[in-house]
Design a binder for this molecule. Structure first.
Ligand code: ATP
Length: 375
């Protein structure tokens, strides 16, 4: 099946008019397994460039991670966002460090990038590949093949709130969920467009029974926009029901659109039913191309396996493929995802999370080799 999905946006890079692209990529390896899986993704992109001279990618590695924070008191330099803005795309590994509070790397690097660059679409494929034995016993490829469009700049992750009476017995945390008409409309419209383009049904997820302001508002906007897409079969689900159906009836879903928090949680569930964290990729898209988009595996820094050469590189390689799709080469996105699938289907070279014994390097090599075979 064609996987030219992340090219729904406008490419940031320049094209030579003959399908060739030239793009500068900021590489943020990050922490833990991040550098290991990013190296794997870069190796596969280099292999693609050797096979197709019209792909011209330049990479600049930026050492902004938790060690940088320890040395400088911040996750990136003060002008970090200005520097990133100069690139055509950002390729991120993972950030997180057991010695730091959870929110430091996330609020110091990832969320500022998503918000400053208006990467309002977080696109996460949930797809059970041929050859992967998923945890849902009865499901086999292509039963699980959905694409989650997560709102990525506001909702519960807008960073608005307060801590009242800190340090007293009356301590009270307020975390405000922000739902703007502009923010909801644009992501919902993106999802409808994608559903139309792919000829697939759309499920919108909210929690309008309990969240009488934000949930009802989200549903109302989805309802309004659905009138512009009479050809797209659409349904509205409560997030709890959506979680249940993802497990009991995964075939039901095509495109899912969800507010930030629900999208985050549902896509980890999605990773769970589609082969695990080692296979789950994501794109943070600025669909209009007014700032760079960012591509990353959805897993974290996995400190328990970091430095051992055993991390599954496939999610990061898949994210690199989505980057090529966004930059204007959906053919290469499809080819790389095809190479991933053929390695998984053969089953001879898999990391431990997929039941094999191979290391990161061997799996990466196998994908690069499969890419050459496919040409
Ligand atoms: P962080 O705090 O950075 O989010 P974490 O360990 O809490 O790190 P994840 O990194 O998402 O969260 O890891 C969750 C589990 O999945 C861990 O057991 C980890 O080893 C496993 N895991 C994550 N990524 C991979 C990978 N690429 N290959 C194999 N296993 C992975």
């Amino acid at each position: 099946m064609a996987d030219s999905r992340s090219e729904a946006g406008t490419p940031d890079s320049s094209s030579d008019g003959e399908g060739g692209i030239r793009a500068r990529i900021a590489v943020l390896p990050g922490d833990g397994v991040g550098p290991e899986v990013v190296a794997a993704g870069l190796q596969v992109l280099q292999a693609a460039m050797r096979l197709d001279r019209t792909l011209k990618l330049e990479f600049d590695e930026l050492p902004w991670n938790s060690n940088y924070y320890r040395a400088h008191g911040r996750m990136m330099p003060e002008d970090g966002l200005d520097r990133l803005r100069e690139y055509d795309a950002i390729y991120l590994g993972a950030v997180g460090d057991p010695a730091l509070p959870f929110h430091v790397p996330v609020w110091g690097l990832i969320l500022p990038i998503r918000q400053a660059f208006d990467q309002y679409v977080n696109l996460r494929p949930v797809r059970l590949l041929h050859g992967v034995r998923g945890v849902l016993r009865d499901a086999v490829a292509p039963d699980i093949d959905m694409l989650v469009v997560r709102e990525n700049t506001e909702g519960e992750y807008a960073g608005k709130g307060d801590l009242l009476f800190p340090g007293t017995p009356r301590e009270t945390a307020l975390q405000t969920a922000v739902y703007s008409r502009h923010g909801v409309e644009r992501v919902v419209r993106y999802a409808f467009e994608l559903a139309r383009k792919e000829g697939r049904p759309l499920a919108s997820v909210s929690k309008a029974n309990a969240l009488n302001y934000s949930g009802v508002f989200w549903d109302r906007i989805v309802d309004e926009i659905s009138f512009d897409y009479p050809d797209v079969p659409a349904e509205t689900l409560l997030v709890d029901a959506a979680a249940l159906y993802m497990v009991t009836q995964p075939q039901r879903f095509g495109i899912i659109v969800a507010p930030n928090l629900y999208g985050d949680i549902l896509t980890d569930l999605g990773a769970g039913i589609a082969g695990g964290m080692g296979l789950a990729a994501s794109a943070n898209l600025n669909p209009e191309g007014t700032a760079p988009s960012m591509f990353e595996p959805i897993h974290g820094s996995a400190p328990d396996i970091a430095g051992k050469g055993m991390a599954n590189p496939l999610a990061a390689i898949w994210a690199a493929a989505m980057m090529l799709g966004h930059l204007g080469r959906p053919d290469w996105e499809e080819r790389i995802v095809g190479a991933i699938e053929s390695v998984v289907e053969r089953g001879a070279c898999l990391t431990r999370d997929l039941g094999g014994t191979a290391g990161t390097a061997e799996v990466t090599q196998a994908v690069a080799a499969a890419l050459s075979e496919a040409v």
